[in-house]
Design a protein around this ligand. Structure first.
Ligand SMILES: *[C@@H]1O[C@H](CO)[C@@H](O)[C@H](O)[C@H]1NC(C)=O
Ligand SMILES: [Ca+2]
Length: 206
């Protein structure tokens, strides 16, 4: 509006000093007003475009940060049973405690409970291996919350002196899901700090 007032003043002064007739004066004034209107519209368009660009840039930045955070989330653990001793048999299904932590990046595995709690939603990979005397039954269940997702099983026999077995599985987990290994009733494994292990890692966040 200030610009318009100045324009009016300039045009009025031109009209006075040059003695132009009022018709020319009005024409010129009208043309200037139109030019100004066009320029104001263009300025508004540019401002809108700039705002759009800023919004898009902000969105891109947020997406980049989100991706970077996802990449930084590392969850990797390996744990083994402790001591060189028999574990079991028990008269109820019992969680096998892998008390010796080998690797625990992200601290999602708890060696006092034997539970792995997913810190983020995603696809995880788990594996279990065991060693046991062949004359005993071995049966380990890998649980997700209250559901058996994988197991490893060996029948008792007197003809083999030792068993080694295992299993591995990919699981889709929500944050807070609980993964652990139970020994079936009346089964047994050899508690070994190297042969009987439970491992897992986050493959991909979702
Ligand atoms: C592991 O579990 C025990 C028993 O629930 C708890 O007291 C302890 O704080 C947990 N450790 C970690 C590192 O979360
Ligand atoms: Ca056997």
């Amino acid at each position: 509006m200030k610009m318009l007032a100045v324009s009016v003043l300039v045009v009025a002064m031109m009209a006075l000093t040059h003695g132009a007739d009022s018709c020319d004066f009005l024409k010129e004034f009208g043309a200037m007003k139109e030019k100004q209107r066009v320029m104001e519209t263009r300025l508004k368009d540019s401002e809108t475009k700039l705002k759009d660009s800023e919004t898009r840039l902000k969105e891109s930045e947020n997406q980049m940060l989100e991706l970077r955070n996802k990449e930084r989330t590392k969850v990797i653990f390996s744990a083994a049973t402790e001591g060189d001793r028999a574990i079991g048999p028990f008269n109820t299904e019992t969680t096998l405690i892998y008390g010796r932590v080998i690797t625990n990046i992200g601290n999602a595995y708890n060696q006092s409970t034997g539970h792995f709690i997913a810190p983020v939603a995603g696809v995880y990979h788990f594996s279990i291996f065991y060693h046991a005397g062949g004359e005993h039954r071995v049966r380990l269940f890998l649980y997700k919350n209250n559901h058996i997702m994988a197991e490893t099983h060996d029948h008792p026999s007197m003809s083999d002196t030792a068993d080694n077995g295992g299993n591995a599985v990919f699981l889709e987990l929500q944050r807070g899901d609980n993964v652990y290994v139970n020994m079936q009733v009346n089964t047994y494994v050899w508690g070994s700090p190297t042969a009987t292990t439970f491992s897992g890692f986050l493959v991909s966040q979702m």
